[in-house]
Design a protein around this ligand. Sequence first.
Ligand SMILES: [Zn+2]
Length: 87
Amino acid sequence: MKYALCQSCGMPLVDAIKGTNRDKSTNNEYCMHCFQNGEFTDHHLTMHKLEVKILEMAEVHNDLTLEEARQVIKILPTLKRWQMSNL
Ligand SMILES: [Zn+2]
């Protein structure tokens, strides 16, 4: 079975990193880095800024491989957060 992806940053949405709703319940669409207490943690985040951040995670912090980073960047436009911003 495939993990769901955070609908903002495209990271695999495992239980340990799920975001929270305003009532402190678990949010099943976004991770804790993107979404906390019912709000996006960074309202000014754009898809482009996110791409830069993901590449940085790969190149500077080695949180993921460059290949993984490219995969994530490729799916960003299909995620819920960024589809809404195009409306
Ligand atoms: Zn996220």
